[in-house]
Design a protein around this ligand. Structure first.
Ligand code: NAP
Length: 332
């Protein structure tokens, strides 16, 4: 089958697209085989292609975590049926014509959602839901500041916070990204360069209740300063490439918390977690309230370009690879 293979850890330009990868087979009762129509491209894939991510699969392997398509074979213990439209997430294997999914991470997709949008959902919606519901304990009426709000995870966090009844302040780095997040419903938009002053002004000096931070880096101390009493910073990732440190005296001075959010780690050993999350999100997904922004779709062959776009901070929302040739890629 056609697939994107990693044979050496030299970054996006070293990825290979070939027709010679054997079609995978299901080997356990809780696995399903999915014919992939579209695959979401995630930030960790840039890091994986360079060997810079926490998990390092044995070479060679097929890249790709997120997929959407139809089930073509099911293990005996699966709750799915042949023909089901699904989206799923695994550690690897999604940038291919067929992928083996684990039952509890392969999720039914409403007919109202096409495969391109479905492929862009699992990682960011599930992570943002876990972050805001479980780790952030966000309440309706609270104020949330979202860093990297035009990025994949930031955009999903913004949508979930809005759906939970929060006031959302989006932080971005350009006027084009500001327009994007405003169109998505952000109540206020600030630029990353001076967001703290903006927060003080917009909240009358009170600060925000929750900061969603998938970026890290230099802005972290200002994120702590931007918190109201009992506020929480949710540490989600380090797209800015540097991991900040915290002077813990800041935490007691204003009764604030720094909360780690590792969705993948939380799901390990918990077979119900993702299914329960999906059941909670499904009505909003079906109603179109949680819809990823698709920056563009590219044919599978253009995987290098897809990863380079993410690496260069140029994507607003998600890039999706089309695997089924009947799905038209855009721009051509
Ligand atoms: N904790 C978890 O469970 C979990 C799950 C999924 C992803 N993540 C992590 O979350 C992070 C963001 O993922 P994502 O999918 O949202 O990525 P993304 O779509 O590329 O968005 C990242 C955003 O970060 C901002 N940014 C600031 N400095 C940057 C830099 N030097 N390079 C690139 N972006 C920069 C950009 O916004 P501006 O240009 O507006 O500043 C960009 O929109 C990654 O570190 C990823 O590994 C964590």
């Amino acid at each position: 089958m056609r697939a994107v293979t990693v044979t050496r850890l030299d970054g996006p330009s070293a990825l290979e697209v070939t027709d010679t990868v054997p079609r995978p087979t299901i080997n356990a009762d809780d696995e399903v085989l999915v014919r992939v129509h579209a695959a979401g491209v995630t930030f960790p894939e840039v890091l994986i292609s360079r060997g810079e991510y926490q998990s390092r699969p044995e070479l060679p392997f097929t890249l790709g975590a997120e997929f959407a398509g139809e089930v073509v074979e099911v293990g005996r213990a699966s709750r799915l049926a042949v023909g089901d439209r699904v989206a799923g997430i695994g550690p690897t294997g999604a940038f291919a014509e067929y992928v083996v999914g684990v039952d509890e991470r392969t999720l039914p997709m409403p007919n109202s959602v096409d495969f391109v949008h479905a492929a862009a959902m699992p990682m960011n919606l599930l992570t943002a839901d876990f972050a805001l519901h479980e780790r952030g304990r966000l309440q309706s009426g609270e104020t949330v500041l979202v860093h990297g709000a035009a990025g994949g995870l930031g955009y999903a966090s913004m949508q979930i916070a809005l759906a939970m009844g929060a006031r959302v302040i989006a932080v971005v780095s350009s006027a084009a990204k500001a327009e994007t997040v405003r169109a998505a419903g952000a109540h206020e938009v600030l630029f990353a360069s001076d967001f703290l002053e903006g927060v003080i002004e917009l909240t009358g000096g009170r600060g925000v209740d929750v900061v969603v931070d998938p970026v890290g880096g230099d802005r972290f101390t200002d994120s702590l300063r931007a918190l109201a009493k009992y506020g929480r910073v949710l540490v989600l990732g380090f797209a800015g490439r540097s991991i900040p440190t915290v002077k813990v005296n800041r935490l007691l001075l204003n009764n604030i918390s720094v909360v780690g959010v590792g969705w993948g780690a939380a799901t390990r050993g918990d077979k119900r977690m993702v299914i329960n999350q999906w059941n909670r999100l499904f009505p909003s997904i079906e109603a179109g309230l949680l819809t990823p922004r698709i920056d563009r779709t590219l044919a599978l062959d253009r995987v290098q370009e897809a990863l380079e776009l993410i690496d260069s901070r140029a994507v607003q929302g998600k890039v999706v690879l089309t695997v089924d040739p009947q799905l038209v890629a855009s721009p051509a």
